[in-house]
Write a protein that binds this ligand. Sequence first.
Ligand code: FMN
Ligand code: EPS
Length: 370
Amino acid sequence: MSSIWGNRIKISIFGESHSNAIGGVLDGLPAGIKIDFDEIMVDMDRRAPGKSNLSTTRKEGDIPEILSGYFNGYTTGTPLAFIIKNSNTKSSDYDELKNLMRPGHGDYSGNVRYRGYNDYRGGGHFSGRLTAPLVFMGSVAKQYIMQKKGIYIFSRVKSIGDIVDDQIDFGLINDSILLKNLRTKKLPTINEQKSLEMEEYILQMKKNGDSTGGVIECTCINVPTGLGSPFFESFESSLSHLIFSIPSVKGIEFGRGFDITKLSGSQANDEMSYDGNTVKNYTNNNGGITGGITNGMPIVFRVAIKPTPSIAIPQRTINIEQCKDEILSIKGRHDPCIVPRALPVVEACAALNIFDYLIQMEGINNAKSK
Ligand SMILES: Cc1cc2nc3c(=O)[nH]c(=O)nc-3n(C[C@H](O)[C@H](O)[C@H](O)COP(=O)(O)O)c2cc1C
Ligand SMILES: C=C(O[C@@H]1CC(C(=O)O)=C[C@@H](OP(=O)(O)O)[C@H]1O)C(=O)O
């Protein structure tokens, strides 16, 4: 099935951008987790539409309504089911898009895949809106892994177009980076001047009726050593599976990523030492994962987000009703850049992946062994 993920936990999402509601089910949660809804709303608001001039103008509260699995302030251990209402739909924006396929969106491939039965309004089930349930479930996972293991996840905008933020030395993640309180910012960067340049660039693209993409860098610290497996259940592969579920993602790289190929072995290897009882690496070129298994260093990965497909600049496309070529200029409400709203979604995927493996590890550690 296409909308379910997980091994130890199972998550599923449902709904369409213009249906009554979207939602999800998170199954496999331990009983007795206290959920802080104020904390969850911080992440929901970071993703929600209509919050800034860098976003689509559609306005939604994005308040999750719990249907089951939660009682007297704690998870019950049974499936946590919830909905998020859709209210500010404007389906007339999509009248002509029933037959005119938006280049870069899922309209044509989705029409073929679902034999024309797909709900095309607002992108239907293909919409970036379906990332709201992911953020809710990821936020619950974040709270669990933070409370249990002190795992902390943060992300920043690494680049927008050709504007690139400063490098972080991932061998040396320290409080000064964490204290920058990245998640309160509109376009979180390490170098604040870069953030201003990025904003200006996005607004220029918006004015031109165009859009832009960028790269998100996500870091997870205090992740225990030993999560993952070699081959098919490597930590990287399950995380990539989730990350590629985010509409608009075109790539992911870990640690030094593709650039590691430019180093020699002696430069690329992360040399090791004991720090008391803890094993540390002097560098983190492998992004905290070796052999498909976490090695105790921060997990560091970057996600490539393409430019928003729906743009006002006229583009060539097809009319599937009349089987002819046409020119399309899209007039609805769209994000000039998806990156700022996708940050909490990327963090949610990281949290859910860690959560899934932690539950497995705790099962293994609780089992009797010789
Ligand atoms: C948070 C978020 C917001 C998005 N907003 C828009 C949007 O306003 N307009 C648009 O055309 N695509 C938007 N997208 C991207 C499309 O949903 C996506 O490009 C489309 O489903 C096709 O999937 P693909 O890009 O993975 O091939 C958004 C994606 C996300 C994650
Ligand atoms: C509503 C959201 O973003 C939407 C994502 C989206 C798309 O094609 O992905 C298209 C737009 O939908 P509409 O045309 O209905 O305004 C965005 O506004 C959201 O993410 O919550």
